[in-house]
Ligand binder design. Structure first.
Ligand code: HEC
Length: 111
Protein backbone atom coordinates (compact mmCIF):
# COMPACT_ATOMS: atom_id res chain seq x y z
CA UNK A 1 0.00 0.00 0.00
CA UNK A 2 2.86 2.39 0.74
CA UNK A 3 5.01 0.93 -2.00
CA UNK A 4 6.20 4.28 -3.41
CA UNK A 5 7.28 6.10 -0.27
CA UNK A 6 10.93 5.20 -0.89
CA UNK A 7 11.01 7.68 -3.75
CA UNK A 8 10.43 10.62 -1.45
CA UNK A 9 14.07 11.34 -0.52
CA UNK A 10 15.06 11.58 -4.18
CA UNK A 11 12.43 14.19 -4.89
CA UNK A 12 13.38 16.07 -1.77
CA UNK A 13 17.01 16.38 -2.88
CA UNK A 14 16.49 17.21 -6.54
CA UNK A 15 15.84 20.97 -6.11
CA UNK A 16 19.15 21.42 -4.32
CA UNK A 17 21.07 19.67 -7.06
CA UNK A 18 19.41 21.84 -9.71
CA UNK A 19 19.96 25.07 -7.81
CA UNK A 20 23.63 24.30 -7.49
CA UNK A 21 24.12 23.58 -11.18
CA UNK A 22 22.41 26.83 -12.16
CA UNK A 23 24.54 29.04 -9.92
CA UNK A 24 27.07 30.85 -12.05
CA UNK A 25 30.35 31.85 -10.42
CA UNK A 26 30.25 32.72 -6.71
CA UNK A 27 32.65 30.01 -5.57
CA UNK A 28 36.22 30.51 -6.74
CA UNK A 29 37.28 27.82 -9.24
CA UNK A 30 39.57 25.09 -7.96
CA UNK A 31 42.44 26.20 -10.21
CA UNK A 32 42.26 29.90 -9.35
CA UNK A 33 45.45 29.63 -7.30
CA UNK A 34 47.39 28.90 -10.50
CA UNK A 35 46.47 32.32 -11.88
CA UNK A 36 46.20 34.57 -8.84
CA UNK A 37 49.90 35.33 -8.46
CA UNK A 38 49.93 37.16 -11.79
CA UNK A 39 46.32 38.06 -12.51
CA UNK A 40 44.99 38.44 -8.96
CA UNK A 41 42.11 36.43 -7.52
CA UNK A 42 39.78 39.22 -8.61
CA UNK A 43 41.32 39.58 -12.08
CA UNK A 44 43.26 42.74 -11.25
CA UNK A 45 46.85 42.11 -12.30
CA UNK A 46 49.49 41.70 -9.64
CA UNK A 47 52.60 41.90 -11.81
CA UNK A 48 53.67 44.28 -14.57
CA UNK A 49 52.82 42.85 -17.98
CA UNK A 50 49.93 40.67 -16.86
CA UNK A 51 46.62 41.95 -18.22
CA UNK A 52 43.58 42.62 -16.05
CA UNK A 53 41.08 39.86 -16.67
CA UNK A 54 38.22 41.25 -14.56
CA UNK A 55 35.09 41.91 -16.55
CA UNK A 56 36.44 40.78 -19.91
CA UNK A 57 33.87 38.80 -21.88
CA UNK A 58 33.62 35.11 -21.05
CA UNK A 59 33.98 34.07 -24.68
CA UNK A 60 37.11 36.18 -25.12
CA UNK A 61 38.80 34.78 -22.01
CA UNK A 62 37.99 31.20 -22.94
CA UNK A 63 39.22 31.66 -26.47
CA UNK A 64 42.45 33.26 -25.19
CA UNK A 65 43.10 30.23 -22.96
CA UNK A 66 42.55 27.90 -25.90
CA UNK A 67 44.94 29.99 -28.00
CA UNK A 68 47.70 29.84 -25.37
CA UNK A 69 47.29 26.13 -24.91
CA UNK A 70 47.42 25.27 -28.59
CA UNK A 71 50.30 27.67 -29.26
CA UNK A 72 48.35 30.13 -31.40
CA UNK A 73 49.32 32.82 -28.92
CA UNK A 74 52.97 32.13 -28.19
CA UNK A 75 53.49 33.26 -24.61
CA UNK A 76 55.44 30.68 -22.62
CA UNK A 77 54.14 31.70 -19.17
CA UNK A 78 50.55 31.46 -20.29
CA UNK A 79 51.17 28.28 -22.21
CA UNK A 80 52.55 26.78 -19.01
CA UNK A 81 49.60 28.08 -16.99
CA UNK A 82 46.98 26.83 -19.44
CA UNK A 83 48.64 23.49 -20.17
CA UNK A 84 47.35 21.49 -17.19
CA UNK A 85 43.82 22.91 -17.32
CA UNK A 86 40.86 20.81 -18.41
CA UNK A 87 38.14 22.31 -20.58
CA UNK A 88 35.97 22.53 -17.44
CA UNK A 89 38.73 24.38 -15.58
CA UNK A 90 39.07 26.89 -18.39
CA UNK A 91 35.33 27.49 -18.49
CA UNK A 92 35.17 27.92 -14.73
CA UNK A 93 38.08 30.37 -14.75
CA UNK A 94 36.68 32.34 -17.69
CA UNK A 95 33.33 32.58 -15.88
CA UNK A 96 34.99 33.67 -12.69
CA UNK A 97 37.11 36.43 -14.21
CA UNK A 98 34.29 37.64 -16.49
CA UNK A 99 32.10 38.05 -13.41
CA UNK A 100 34.60 40.20 -11.50
CA UNK A 101 34.15 43.93 -11.46
CA UNK A 102 36.50 45.62 -13.95
CA UNK A 103 36.62 49.00 -12.22
CA UNK A 104 36.88 48.11 -8.58
CA UNK A 105 39.11 50.57 -6.75
CA UNK A 106 42.52 48.95 -6.46
CA UNK A 107 43.37 46.93 -3.36
CA UNK A 108 45.33 48.69 -0.66
CA UNK A 109 48.70 48.14 -2.23
CA UNK A 110 49.40 51.60 -3.59
CA UNK A 111 53.10 52.54 -3.61
C1 HEC B 1 53.49 33.80 -14.42
C2 HEC B 1 52.42 34.75 -14.58
C3 HEC B 1 51.09 34.26 -15.10
C4 HEC B 1 50.31 33.22 -14.63
C5 HEC B 1 50.61 32.27 -13.49
C6 HEC B 1 49.10 33.23 -15.41
N1 HEC B 1 49.14 34.22 -16.35
FE1 HEC B 1 47.66 34.67 -17.70
N2 HEC B 1 48.90 36.06 -18.55
C7 HEC B 1 50.17 36.41 -18.11
C8 HEC B 1 50.75 37.35 -19.04
C9 HEC B 1 52.15 37.97 -18.92
C10 HEC B 1 49.78 37.56 -20.06
C11 HEC B 1 49.90 38.43 -21.32
C12 HEC B 1 50.37 37.52 -22.43
C13 HEC B 1 50.25 38.12 -23.80
O1 HEC B 1 50.87 39.14 -24.06
O2 HEC B 1 49.52 37.51 -24.63
C14 HEC B 1 48.63 36.74 -19.71
C15 HEC B 1 47.44 36.69 -20.44
C16 HEC B 1 46.31 36.00 -20.08
C17 HEC B 1 45.04 36.06 -20.78
C18 HEC B 1 44.71 36.89 -22.00
C19 HEC B 1 44.19 38.23 -21.57
C20 HEC B 1 43.96 39.19 -22.68
O3 HEC B 1 43.55 40.32 -22.37
O4 HEC B 1 44.16 38.84 -23.85
C21 HEC B 1 44.18 35.23 -20.12
C22 HEC B 1 42.72 34.94 -20.46
C23 HEC B 1 44.91 34.65 -19.01
N3 HEC B 1 46.19 35.15 -19.00
C24 HEC B 1 44.38 33.76 -18.10
C25 HEC B 1 45.13 33.10 -17.13
C26 HEC B 1 44.61 32.04 -16.31
C27 HEC B 1 43.17 31.53 -16.34
C28 HEC B 1 45.63 31.61 -15.52
C29 HEC B 1 45.62 30.48 -14.50
C30 HEC B 1 45.35 29.17 -15.04
C31 HEC B 1 46.80 32.44 -15.84
N4 HEC B 1 46.44 33.32 -16.82
C32 HEC B 1 48.04 32.34 -15.22
C33 HEC B 1 50.79 35.93 -16.97
C34 HEC B 1 50.35 34.87 -16.21
Amino acid sequence: MHGSTWLFPLFALAPFALARAATVPPTPPAQLGLCAACHGEDGHARIPGAPNLAGQPYAYLLQALHAYRNGERKVPVMRAAAGPLTEQDMQALAHWFAAQSPCKPGPAEAP
